[in-house]
Design a protein around this ligand. Structure first.
Ligand code: SF4
Length: 375
């Protein structure tokens, strides 16, 4: 049985990230599309809509939720070794042909993607956060669909999470507006952005604009949020040395302390032609990142095949500070003050205050969460 759009539309509340205009129109500011939406119409994301001059936005459900290692987001400098309760709703403002979360992200946009009622779990922010606390998570993360388009819901969950002493993070495409980032600033500690390409023509294919993402990277950093950037390296799409150099140089110009995760693609959803990214491509990309001056470059999705590129090294003395395999920490040596124990160099990030409490040889496996009986 499919869930109809009207059923989903009942799980909405009046939005906060928009402006009322003349003739019942509204302008949404949740993402950089800044949709002008006439009464009775929807934004590009399909999940925000104008009802009689009021913007209605998603609220009160999750389409996916699980407790899993923070390394899976991926974050390497944000509470390493901890678990995060990660949740997502439905919809996206992009339509990437290789999306690995297309079942949730493209719901409402791709007619071939069914919304299965059993996927949707009705839940309140307080219930979600109580589950996070009960499960021992130290962070609550909005991911799986594009969190910007459901920012009011994320803010509601994050408000409860902060009251419970948890940190909060976004895993996002970076198609943000200043209004959305400033709205989220009181709650967020960390933000992961996908830098998918350095060619605007590629971003247009995916439904975005390169400059909007570059602007968000700089803005998130300037706001003082902890920022990590991911580039999924796709053969024939964004793996040329020129493009990788452009990406690395841009990140280094914002801050050499931004961790850059270069991850391996595998065929998914509508993009099935390019072969999986070989390890040698990731190794070459990592060399470019390091030569461009980035202090922390990681290679992901090929555990055990990328040498020391899963580890955190001191940028001054090259000592191994965190040794990893996949999502599992094997060794942790950063001091409680966030420095290299050998040479004292500060290591950028948000670190546990008690290094001895960091979990080593953790489970590394996600635990799906069942919160309610669905719609
Ligand atoms: S979130 Fe973005 S795509 Fe959705 S309505 Fe708002 S501006 Fe448009």
């Amino acid at each position: 049985m499919k869930t109809s759009a009207s059923q989903l539309d009942r799980l909405t509340v009046p939005g906060e990230l928009y402006e009322r205009l003349e003739n019942g129109d509204v302008r949404c500011y949740a993402c950089a599309h800044r949709c002008l939406i006439h009464p009775g119409r929807r934004g590009v994301c399909q999940v925000r809509f104008n009802q009689d001059g009021e913007l209605r936005v998603p609220w009160g459900y999750v389409a996916a939720a699980q407790v899993d290692p923070i390394e899976k987001k991926p974050f390497s400098h944000f509470l390493p070794g901890s678990d995060a309760l990660t949740f997502g709703m439905l919809g996206c403002d992009f339509h990437c042909g290789y999306c690995q979360n297309w079942v949730t992200s493209q719901a409402g946009r791709d007619p071939q993607v069914e919304i299965i009622p059993a996927m949707l779990q009705r839940v309140s922010p307080q219930e979600l956060v109580a589950f996070a606390v009960h499960s021992g998570a130290q962070a609550v993360v909005s991911s799986y669909n594009e969190p910007l388009i459901t920012s009011e819901w994320a803010a509601g969950v994050f408000r409860a999470a902060r009251q419970a002493g948890l940190r909060c993070a976004y895993v996002s495409n970076g198609n943000a507006t200043d209004q959305a980032l400033e709205y989220l600033l009181p709650y967020l500690s960390a933000y992961k952005i996908d830098l998918k390409s350095m060619q605007d023509s590629h971003y247009r294919q995916l439904g975005g604009v390169l400059q909007h993402v570059l602007d968000s990277i700089r803005k998130v950093h300037d706001l003082g949020l902890w920022l990590e950037v991911v580039t999924l390296v796709i053969p024939g799409f964004n793996d040329s040395p020129e493009e990788l150099w452009d990406a690395a140089r841009y990140l280094a110009s914002v801050s050499p302390d931004i961790p850059w995760h270069i991850t391996a693609y595998h065929p998914d959803y509508k993009m099935t032609d390019p072969p999986p990214t070989p390890a040698r491509t990731l190794l070459r990309a990592a060399e470019i990142g390091q030569e461009a001056g980035l202090h922390y470059v990681y290679a992901g999705n090929l555990p055990g095949r990328v040498g020391s590129l899963e580890n955190t090294l001191c940028p001054h003395c090259q000592a191994v500070l965190i040794r990893r395999q996949g999502y599992v920490l094997l060794e942790y040596r950063i001091t409680g003050a966030g420095a290299c124990p050998d040479c004292g160099t500060p290591i950028a990030g948000i670190w546990p205050e008690q290094p001895e409490s960091v979990r080593l040889y953790g489970h590394g496996m996600p635990r799906p969460v069942r919160l309610s009986t669905g719609m």
